[in-house]
Write a protein that binds this ligand. Structure first.
Ligand SMILES: Cc1cc2nc3c(=O)[nH]c(=O)nc-3n(C[C@H](O)[C@H](O)[C@H](O)COP(=O)(O)O)c2cc1C
Length: 162
């Protein structure tokens, strides 16, 4: 069956999500990118997943390093999302924001709503992306409100100016 690409993309644009920054470390290389394809998988054992484009630099570092961290962005971190999605800042993203090195060595974005530190439990290549399942090694939470993404725009729970 041939799927109309525009209809496919339009259907996915209607999926409202949070926004994360997924970071990784391999040796002394640190890198990260904005990711909305994230979800919890299992509570016992604690597993989450992220989908990373195989063409992304972050994908290569996760593959090499075997670890990643997910920083779930808070509502005031739209700028952080833009930096970590932008090719312009590709080589200097971590110099644009404040962050802390986590237990696995992957950076954790300061002021994120929550962060989860993972070791790669399994990797599944599908189409252009790889689904990385992460075994959660450490969790950090706050009571901040989430940054949301819907139909190509950032949203927040209590903003009524759309
Ligand atoms: C809101 C938003 C969500 C995104 N979600 C994903 C995602 O789930 N997976 C992915 O591979 N790229 C995603 N991207 C695109 C990457 O952030 C972008 O391609 C980035 O420049 C890749 O960086 P890198 O090649 O330096 O790792 C998203 C971008 C935005 C703005």
């Amino acid at each position: 069956m041939v799927i109309d690409q525009e209809a496919f993309k339009e259907a996915l644009r209607g999926w409202a999500s949070g926004v994360t920054v997924v970071t990784s470390r391999s040796g002394n290389k640190l890198h990260g990118m904005t990711v909305s394809a994230f979800c919890g998988v299992s509570a016992d054992p604690p597993l989450v997943l992220v989908c990373a484009n195989q063409a992304s630099t972050t994908h290569g570092i996760i593959e090499e390093g075997g670890v990643f961290a997910v920083s779930i962005l808070a509502s005031h971190q739209e700028d952080v999302s833009n930096v970590f999605a932008s090719a312009k800042y590709e080589d200097s993203r971590l110099q644009q924001v404040s962050w802390t090195q986590g237990e696995t060595g992957a950076p954790l974005i300061d002021e994120a709503l929550s962060s989860l530190e993972c070791t790669v439990a399994s990797a599944h290549r599908e189409g252009s992306h790889t689904i990385y399942v992460g075994h959660v090694q450490a969790v950090h939470t706050t009571n901040a409100e989430p940054l949301l993404y819907y139909k190509g725009s950032y949203r927040s729970l209590h903003r009524d100016d759309y």
